[in-house]
Design a protein around this ligand. Structure first.
Ligand SMILES: [Zn+2]
Length: 339
């Protein structure tokens, strides 16, 4: 195996290791719950896999095939640093899956596609996204699943500047590539996690809320990988139903099987999706805007149309932050069932 590849993998793994440890150390317990979906062992397993791989790099045994003792293909090892069997020993079906993952690794390097707002029958929709100059990595998109139902995603990439932006664009491409082949939000997240977690090129984690909306029965089916819980409000009822995480954030956990949940909407109900750049805006006393203030505003303005609601929320967040420039990206999407 070339020393250069070992060095590149070692460097990538150390960055990943640092990211995960920082996450575990700096995230308050209450938020860790949201981020991890009560699945801390998964993250520890991931750290263990990274440590074992670093040891193998030391003994120069990383990437040696356990069957024939030759080296696995370096392209394959770069995509999955835990690879320990040559492609030759796989069944035709397993090879197809791995090859499609290799293909995905090439696809995700390509450029960002333009975003557009969809027309969804019976749904009013508005979105707002303000990238910050300092940290970048919010992303939202609309797309179609295989069965023609509407897909929507909102995501937040941890990390900074250019690399977060690249990860965001690769995530968009990955989702758009996979969605036409499936009807399952969980399957897409599972595949993306498998790809991100063992790929040395991706050294950070991402929170993703991915959903499928069927306009014929007004049902939203979703999987939430560690993302801030979207808020559902019912017409004539001030309680908020938070769509809490059903899995850890992407890129943190080795074992990753997101649970899918569904919400059935009726006329006049609404949904608000947002990133932590909204709730984590600080005022001059260093207090966060927080989920409670957001909830209060959503409840108070439940009758408004999505564009008007977003206008009010933007104004409130900006006033709270003392009209200073944003430190983090802020993104919000509001939907309302109109008929
Ligand atoms: Zn082999």
């Amino acid at each position: 195996m070339e020393t250069e590849l070992y060095e590149r993998i070692e460097e990538g793994l150390k960055v990943k290791q640092r990211e995960i440890m920082e996450f575990l150390e700096t995230t308050p317990e209450t938020e860790k719950d949201i981020c991890l979906g009560n699945d801390e062992h998964c993250v520890e397993n991931h750290l263990h896999v990274i440590e074992t791989s670093l040891e193998k790099i030391d003994d120069q045994t990383l990437g040696i095939c356990v069957i024939c003792h030759g080296y696995v293909d370096s392209k394959y090892l770069e995509m999955d640093y835990t690879a320990s069997v040559c492609l030759d020993h796989y069944s035709a079906e397993e090879r197809r899956r791995l090859e499609s993952e290799l293909e995905l690794s090439q696809v995700v390097q390509r450029a960002l596609l333009p975003q557009r707002m969809p027309n969804i029958a019976g749904v009013e929709l508005a979105a707002f996204s303000r990238p910050s100059e300092i940290i970048g990595g919010d992303y939202f998109d609309f797309f179609q699943f295989r069965d023609g139902t509407q897909g929507l995603v909102i995501a937040d990439v941890s990390g900074h500047g250019v690399s977060a932006g690249m990860l965001m664009s690769s995530l968009q491409t990955a989702i758009r590539t996979m969605a036409p082949e499936t009807d399952s939000p969980a399957e897409i997240l599972e595949r993306i996690n498998r790809f991100y977690i063992h790929n040395i090129k991706f050294d950070t984690f991402v929170t993703v809320f991915l959903a499928r909306f069927d306009p014929t029965n007004l049902t939203l089916t979703y999987a939430n990988a560690g993302h801030n819980p979207p808020a559902v409000t019912r017409k004539g009822n001030s309680d908020i139903n938070w769509l809490r995480p059903t899995a850890p954030a992407i890129g943190l956990a080795e074992e990753f099987h997101p649970r899918m949940e569904s919400v059935v909407f009726s006329e006049g109900d609404s949904l608000l999706l947002y990133t932590d750049g909204v709730t984590e805006v600080l005022n001059i006393n260093n207090e966060q805007f927080g989920q409670d203030r957001l909830a209060e505003l959503v409840q108070k303005n439940a009758d408004l149309t999505p564009p008007d609601l977003l206008q009010i929320l933007r104004q409130a967040v900006s006033t709270f932050g003392g009209n200073r420039p944003l430190v983090d990206d802020a993104t919000m999407i509001a939907l309302k069932i109109s008929s």
